[in-house]
Ligand binder design. Structure first.
Ligand code: BGC
Ligand code: NOJ
Length: 815
């Protein structure tokens, strides 16, 4: 078992100690409008707002070697050429370390007594990335060396950039001024923005033509200019513009040189575009470079990144959790992942190319569940943006582009679970903030120009949409798919060139989803509580009526004897039922029926969870999505049966849906099971990284299951709904601190042997210091709750009415 690194919990870092990790291990920078991704070997790219439309640097997915484009530094000393991040030269280093922290990565490489450190981050609120570079002579002799920087520019629109070479090879334009390289392709025409790649120190040469710096027949592992020890001062006209700078250093024994490189997206705004014909007005670029030439400014910007994260994380911290994995995930890494999924949805990661998917309707709504406590104002805006992509009949665009906030017509709508997720995000927002005004915010329907219907209207429309679109069993119609994007019961696709998600006619179809029925139960129950909080009891009972009807339908139509049926296909045949040859039991219908409150009074909920335990679960990898996997393709099922058995939706461990089962166990007070299941998918708890391969600090969307030939292999890390839901599981279901309409509700569900733990939670302007003790070794049930020493009834902490901003809470379990 190889060891690739370890957590440094006190610094909130993961320390990678050898560069050849089983897969590239990625980190994110930025949380406003400018984003970067970097792996431990400095691979990755940078973009403003939208990785498709405003990409600054190039990245080749599907490349070999994998992850071969990035923000590189080369050291040339005598004959030796190396990178502090090991790649692309892969010259053996004497020492290597990459510290992925929150919003920054620090790569340090050492060879022959020369140490180079590259600290990369995006300062809060800025549209730029800084690399603080320190070069140290650790020897007792003077040393001479040349350092080269390197990025390859992207022509902003990433899809065109990687497909339309007959055009792109003739459009590239740059300007060079002092130590700054300006990439200004298409600036002459419709663009009002450019990329600045500037060094804060005097440089000894540069290149902007890739052919000159790398060479047509060379690679990034042996770039011509670096091998020769000299940049050529090339200016790119067309072809592939790059940014490369040469810095010659003479270092005395023990001497250190520190400077910065800034990669910025500059919007020209109202400034005149040109100083003279063909010469760009570079005022803004110059100002940026001048500002960051002061290393105090660089250091202050880095401190601002750290301080911002500390302040965000101080909203929820659980410092004394008896399980180290849960503790570090809930306190640090899970929240970092929630930030990334909120910002990027499923658009740009090591596996999402940034050109395919924009923001997902269902995804973004769920992402809010793990993010809303951090920055509720941004969650509020997001909810309104999402709702505005809904059509007046309740249909939702499945995806939208962040830059335009308009629904993507190529994928369209008809994913019938989509509308309901809006209710979950809205209720979560109101429980966190108490802010009911969001419901009255006008947010029009996408197909009703000028409409100003408030958010509450969208919520009612979403309920109505589900009620209006039901099938022969009175269960909700599935449309193109529900949460399981691969359950395409109407696609009947026999054509390899079409998308499973959009193929087939959903009009007039009979295929139904039990998962949506369960989600409807959950959403309506949420809404009933909201209406009560608003004092609208009539509306509450109206929605309660819908809940009761759907519950009856689920119990009558969807119980299969030992678990809940998953769906009914276009011919009304059951899916996820004992009568099926394969795909007899699915996880999602167990999860959502239980979460929605089905099976509570008749023992079925518990049975459904037990069936998951029996057929789907393994302690090493978590729960497979269904059992048995499909061994052949079924056109009546769609993409789910297209994957080889044990991968993705065909019975892979799809981490996202596991989290719902974790909540299910806590509903039944099963603290041991809840934690055991939680740890089964927890990246920090993975033991053999050569098997798991993915990052140990963030969730992967999928782990190859016990039914696959490669069980335990994690894939598609970072951008997954597992982020938000795991945070809900750990913070609310296990540690049990739940924002509710009238105050914080305390309802932990923990292993019996835990003696207690503490949580510090900022909620509606008050800091709650919560101490939980478990003297009687129970899993669930609050026996007593003391607020600033005063015992109160129930388990909801009332909001202070006397202006207190710090409240001490003592919880004793054991009811
Ligand atoms: C994947 C799904 C994903 C969908 C998005 C499918 O190929 O298996 O997990 O949601 O694509 O379009
Ligand atoms: C990933 C998609 O982003 C999400 O929307 C979907 O629910 C899951 N895959 C399951 O198919």
């Amino acid at each position: 078992m190889a060891n690739y690194g370890h957590f440094d919990d006190s610094n909130r870092e993961y320390v990678i100690t050898r560069p050849d990790t089983p897969l590239p291990w990625l980190n994110y920078f930025g949380q406003d409008e400018f984003f970067g991704m970097a792996t431990q070997t400095a691979g990755g790219y940078t973009f403003w707002k939208d990785a498709k439309l405003r990409r600054l640097t190039r990245y080749r997915y599907n490349n070999n070697p994998m992850d071969n484009d990035g923000r590189f530094l080369y050291v040339k000393q005598g004959k030796s050429v190396w990178n502090p991040g090991w790649k692309p030269t892969r010259t053996k280093l004497d020492a290597f370390e990459c510290r992925h922290g929150l919003g920054y990565s620090r790569i340090t490489g050492k060879k022959d007594g020369i140490e180079v450190e590259q600290l990369m981050f995006i300062p809060p609120g800025e549209n730029l990335e800084v690399w603080k570079i320190s070069v140290r002579n650790k020897t007792k002799k003077p040393q001479k060396l040349s350092l080269f920087s390197y990025v390859e520019f992207c022509f902003f629109e990433a899809l065109n950039d990687m497909t339309n070479y007959q055009r792109t090879y003739s459009i590239g334009e740059v300007e060079i001024e002092g130590s700054a390289i300006y990439h200004k392709t298409e600036y002459r025409e419709r663009r009002n923005h450019y990329t600045l790649f500037g060094c804060t120190r005097k440089i000894d040469g540069y290149d902007t033509s890739r052919d000159a710096f790398v060479g047509v027949h060379h690679g990034l592992h042996d770039p011509k200019a670096v091998m020769a020890g000299k940049c050529t001062n090339s200016r790119a006209f067309g072809w592939n513009p790059v940014g490369a700078q040469q810095i010659n250093l003479s270092l005395k024994p023990g001497q250190e040189e520190t400077f910065a490189i800034v990669l910025a997206y500059v919007d020209q705004g109202d400034l005149p575009k040109f100083d003279s014909p063909m010469v760009m007005n570079k005022t803004k670029g110059r100002e940026i470079l001048a500002r960051y030439s002061d290393m105090k400014v660089v250091d202050a910007a880095f401190n601002a990144v750290k301080e911002r994260w500390e302040s965000l994380l101080s909203i929820y911290q659980a410092p004394k959790v008896p399980n180290v994995h849960l503790q570090r995930m809930v306190n640090t890494w899970n929240q970092a992942q929630c930030m990334a999924t909120f910002n990027l949805s499923r658009s740009a990661s090591g596996y999402e190319t940034g050109i395919g998917r924009g923001m997902g309707y269902r995804d973004s709504n769920q992402d809010i569940l793990g993010f809303v406590h951090l920055l509720p104002a941004r969650a509020r805006q997001r909810i309104l943006d999402i709702a505005s992509t809904q059509l007046a009949d309740g249909t939702c665009f499945h995806q939208y582009q962040p830059l335009t906030k308009k629904g993507n017509a190529d994928i369209g709508g008809g994913f019938n679970d989509d509308p309901l997720w809006l209710i979950l995000s809205t209720c979560a927002y109101i429980r966190e903030t108490g802010d009911l005004t969001i419901l009255n915010e006008p947010c029009g329907y996408a197909d009703k120009p000028g409409s100003k219907d408030p958010l509450l209207h969208h919520i009612e429309t979403s309920i109505q949409y589900t009620l209006n679109n039901r099938g022969p069993h009175a269960l909700p119609l599935i449309g193109h798919a529900d949460w399981n994007d691969c359950l395409n019961l109407n696609c009947h696709s026999k054509e390899p060139n079409e998308s499973f998600q959009t193929a087939g006619d959903i009009a007039g179809s009979k295929a139904e989803s039990v998962m949506i029925a369960g989600l409807f139960l959950y959403a309506t129950r949420d809404l009933v509580k909201l209406y009560h909080f608003m004092g609208q009891t009539q509306d509450a009972s109206r929605i309660q009526g819908h809940y009761d009807d759907m519950l009856k339908t689920v119990e009558e139509q969807a119980w299969d004897g030992a678990w809940y049926t998953r769906a009914f296909d276009a011919e009304s045949k059951p899916i996820g039922s004992k009568v099926c040859k394969e795909g007899k039991i699915y996880i999602e219908s167990q999860a959502w029926c239980v979460l929605g409150g089905a099976g509570q009074n008749n023992g079925r909920a518990k049975k459904a969870l037990q069936a998951v335990d029996k057929y789907l679960y393994t302690p090493e990898h978590g729960c497979a999505l269904q059992y048995p996997p499909y061994s052949t393709y079924h056109s009546e099922l769609g993409e789910v049966s297209s994957y080889p058995p044990g991968y993705k939706e065909n019975a892979g461990v799809f981490s996202h849906n596991n989290t719902w089962i974790h909540i299910g166990w806590t509903m039944f007070g099963e603290g041991e099971k809840a934690l055991e299941y939680y740890l089964s998918i927890c990246p920090s708890a993975k033991k053999d990284h050569d098997v798991y391969r993915s990052e140990p600090y963030v969730y992967a969307q999928m782990t190859a299951s016990q039914f696959s030939p490669t069980p335990g292999e994690g894939k598609n890390s970072w951008l997954t709904g597992t982020g938000a839901w795991s945070f809900v599981v750990a913070s609310q279901s296990i540690l049990g601190v739940q924002p509710d309409y009238t105050g914080l509700r305390i309802d932990p569900c923990i292993p019996k042997k835990w003696k207690g733990f503490s949580v510090s939670r900022k909620f509606r302007g008050v800091t709650y210091s919560i101490e939980v003790t478990n003297p009687k070794s129970k899993s669930k049930g609050v026996k007593s709750l003391k607020i600033d020493g005063q015992k109160i009834a129930g388990n909801v902490i009332p909001l202070p009415t006397d202006g207190r901003t710090a409240v001490k809470v003592e919880v004793t379990l054991g009811a």
